[in-house]
Design a protein around this ligand. Structure first.
Ligand SMILES: *Cc1c(COP(=O)(O)O)cnc(C)c1O
Length: 436
């Protein structure tokens, strides 16, 4: 057995207690509250490389990585330096700055489909704005998303599939008017026939079809390249725009993201997470003629007080430059090493199947025989039964996983060979400890 300990959580508990009186549920974003795994959320106080330390002084090997942005690990020296130097000269001006030009040039040169790019402050904002451009440019209202994909929390994207054969979305959150949810249709992933049938019938009403670069918000639902190609084809035929949501995959799956991996050219693309190097940055971009609809060039309004914030731009630029200068190759190497260590551990798991799914540096462990490609293929009950004990056992062995069975985990360039061996041992033991 690895060193397994009862976690000391006194400081986190005290903070969580205080937090409840000031923040709804004690958190600034719901999944952080540990509701899916039980126990007290851990309040982190520092991070370096692949490791984090909480307020009780517990140290963890971190696979949450702030849900994706930290592709280079915590407190990477290039980012710390860029941020420190920039903030010392003033944190925001509300004017154009050189930094946003530099980051925009990097983005447009690395990612060919992004001929023009507009910076915002989150992935949600990026997707909202791209949808507005799509609607403005096509003069159509309907958008299409896929069941299991997450695109941020705009009203018309907090929508789930309707019952039966109905494709009209129904609200997936209180506060979303049914009339607004009705402007979104929801289709199953990995289902060519459903996609074709819908687009042949209603494609001419569709402003945009949205899909994640690799669907990674309901587990990791890797799509066949043929499905993505068909999606491109159906959009073109119907005059609908293809919006590739690369908020997770952009600058993580190499320079060209999922678009390059699948050989697909989106009309519009959204970025977040990695593009800000750990600071709040989102961006949307695409064909120059479409981006010409955005104010001040065109009639689609979109603005932001802190958009293109110079400190955040500097962090993003440092991250992308580090990735370009060997970072992506190193990330690929680390991800392959992690897969080589974890796949046999999962395959040998006692107490029911565990399957390791990987796309680039994005990973998921699912408690069923085969990797699902659609939400309907996920054995959610099995995952919910086993994951809380699995997660707790990992914490007790110094490994921090995202606190939900349906969240992916991330490799970073900061993982050492020793980290990977430790992770494999901890995961093997946690699988055993969580076996029914
Ligand atoms: C995280 C995420 C978003 C939302 O980004 P925020 O910065 O959390 O608003 C949108 N799309 C995808 C694919 C995401 O993973």
């Amino acid at each position: 057995m690895m060193f397994s300990r009862a976690l000391k959580t006194t400081a986190s508990e005290a903070l969580f207690e205080r937090a409840q009186a000031a923040l709804p549920g004690g958190v600034s974003s719901p999944v952080r509250a540990f509701k899916h795994v039980g126990g007290t959320p851990l309040f982190m106080r520092s991070g370096a490389g692949a490791h984090v330390e909480d307020e009780d002084g517990n140290r963890f090997l971190d696979f949450c990585m702030s849900w994706g942005p930290l592709v280079l690990g915590h407190a990477h020296p290039a980012i710390v330096r860029a941020v420190s130097e920039t903030v010392a000269r003033g944190s925001t001006f509300g004017t154009p700055t050189a930094g946003e030009v530099e980051l925009a040039e990097l983005v447009t040169s690395l990612y060919p489909a992004a001929e023009r790019v507009r910076f915002v402050s989150s992935g949600t904002e990026a997707v909202m704005s791209a949808v507005r451009v799509a609607r403005g440019a096509t003069g159509r209202d309907l958008i299409v998303k896929f069941d299991g994909c997450y695109h941020g929390h705009a009203d018309y994207l907090l929508v789930k599939a309707g019952s039966g054969l109905a494709t009209a979305g129904t609200p997936d959150s209180a506060g979303v008017p049914a009339a607004i949810a009705g402007t979104t249709a929801v289709l199953p992933l990995a289902d060519l026939a459903a996609l074709r049938a819908f687009m042949r019938e209603r494609g001419r009403e569709v402003a945009a079809v949205l899909i994640e670069g690799v669907p990674a918000n309901s587990g990791l639902l890797v799509q066949e390249p043929a499905f993505v190609a068909a999606l491109r084809e159906e959009c073109t035929r119907a005059g609908a725009l293809l919006v590739l949501d690369e908020v997770i995959t952009g600058f993580r799956l190499g320079a060209g993201g999922a678009a390059a991996r699948y050989g697909v050219r989106p009309d519009l693309v959204t970025f977040g997470k990695v593009i800000g190097g750990g600071l709040p940055v989102g961006a949307y971009g695409g064909r120059a003629d479409l981006m010409a609809h955005v104010a001040p060039l065109g009639p689609v309004y979109q603005a932001g007080t802190l958009s293109g914030n110079p400190v955040a731009m500097a962090a993003g630029k440092a991250a992308l430059e580090t990735l370009r200068a060997g970072g992506w190759a190193l990330l690929d190497d680390r991800a392959r090493a992690l897969e080589a260590a974890l796949a046999p551990v999962c395959a040998a798991a006692p107490g029911g199947p565990a399957t390791l799914v990987r796309e680039g540096s994005i990973f998921w462990i699912v408690f069923q025989e085969r990797a699902p490609r659609a939400w309907g293929e996920v054995d959610a009950a099995a995952a919910k039964r086993r994951f809380p004990r699995f997660h707790r056992a990992l914490l007790e062995r110094g490994v921090y996983f995202p606190p939900s069975a349906f969240e992916v985990f991330f490799a970073s360039t900061a993982l050492s060979g020793d980290d990977i061996r430790r992770a494999a041992r901890a995961i093997a033991e946690a699988l055993e400890a969580s076996a029914p």
